[in-house]
Design a protein around this ligand. Structure first.
Ligand SMILES: O=C(O)CCC(=O)C(=O)O
Length: 360
């Protein structure tokens, strides 16, 4: 299987170059089948994912603390997504991180090409997920890098040029803050599942958890109704903290048969449950499908920080959540094995975690 992951099956085309070419028609490689196009069940109502102030969890007021836990619990069960505000991460750092990456994507192509990625590790500057030859592609470029564990962290694979982008510095600072926030959210999720506060973190391998960053760049698109910036998928990892663009909406979350467009709150992080927490929670929490739409007027930048289990330990439902009434739904699998699926096949809804279910 690994041999399929050595090289891309076709020459890579940067979506940003297509966008900048000024063509009014997108290449057929980016045209989605009618059922996957954005107009299909997109919801233009006022619905939004919950916005939760987590500072209430850390104060002296027991009621407020309980209330905050409950709000997060409801959000995890009803949406699999929520926005956190008053999360303790410096707003200035959030803005600097997004802007550093925006500058990176605006560098001349030759400078970015130095970091071109391959499907072997996906680290670096990329323009597709999955290695199926002839696949319909998404309207985005991205940059993927490992932040933890430290043996995978490799500054040579982070953008270092030119200096004024300051990507390396800012990622280090940003990563540190996001690891702290994710650790706090892990405790909250654990408590809400009726577990000891360290249970989920321990199942992630304690201090040996992993973390990586994918920065998405969605260039302007002349025919946004025909394509997607990112196809529907659930996140393969543990938990995602997304810093969306502050100017442009684009993320849509599945709610039943509809797609709800997230309206980002100022300086909020969008938090969502990934497949590994679905598995550990024995499906008490579900990772929810999401996708990204693009538009013809504005580019969009987002930073997805993935907080993951140690990659070589078996992940299976935690014992306390397996009962005679609710037997284990998933056999053990390491995250290394699990993420091969998306690396080979690209984003494909929830097909992977569904296919994992133990026969019963
Ligand atoms: O750009 C976004 O808003 C979402 C990105 C996303 O879903 C991802 O990177 O997995």
């Amino acid at each position: 299987m690994m041999s399929n992951l050595q090289e891309w099956p076709e020459p890579i085309v940067r979506v940003q170059s297509l966008s900048e070419s000024g063509q009014h028609v997108i290449p057929s490689r980016y045209v989605k089948p009618p059922t996957e196009r954005p107009s299909k069940n997109s919801d233009f109502s006022d619905a939004n994912i919950p916005i939760i102030d987590i500072s209430g969890f850390y104060g002296d007021d027991d009621n407020l603390r309980l209330n905050t836990l409950n709000k997060i619990s409801m959000a995890c069960r009803e949406w699999g997504f929520f926005q956190v505000v008053n999360h303790g991460v410096s707003h200035d750092l959030m803005d600097r991180a997004r802007e550093a990456w925006r500058q990176f994507f605006h560098l001349p192509l030759e400078l970015k090409q130095v970091y071109a990625n391959s499907p072997k590790t996906y680290e670096g500057y990329g323009s597709r997920l999955g290695v199926d030859k002839g696949a319909i592609l998404d309207w985005s470029d991205y940059y993927f890098l490992h932040y933890l564990p430290s043996n995978l962290k490799n500054y040579n694979k982070w953008p270092g040029q030119p200096d004024y982008c300051r990507c390396r510095e800012v990622i280090d600072e940003y990563g540190k803050e996001l690891v702290r926030l994710a650790g706090r959210l892990m405790k909250i999720l654990s408590l809400n599942l009726g577990l000891g506060e360290d249970c989920l973190q321990n199942a992630f391998g304690g201090e040996h958890f992993g973390a990586c960053l994918r920065v998405n760049f969605y260039p302007k698109c002349p025919q946004p109704d025909l394509t997607l910036g990112l196809s529907s998928h659930s996140d393969p990892g543990g938990m995602t903290l997304l810093l969306p663009d502050d100017q442009v909406a684009g993320l849509q979350v599945r709610k039943g048969d509809n797609w709800i467009t997230v309206k980002p709150a100022k300086h909020a992080f969008i938090v969502n449950i990934g497949d590994q927490i679905q598995v550990l929670s024995n499906a008490n929490y579900k990772s929810v499908e999401h996708r990204v739409i693009v538009n013809s007027d504005m580019e969009r930048v987002s930073l997805a920080f993935f907080y993951n289990p140690k990659s070589d330990i078996p992940i299976e439902p935690v014992k306390e959540l397996v009962t005679p009434d609710k037997p284990s739904l998933y056999p053990p699998m390491t995250f290394d094995e699990y993420r091969l699926f998306i690396r080979l096949r690209g984003p494909k809804g929830k097909s992977q975690v569904e296919s994992l279910k133990s026969p019963r």
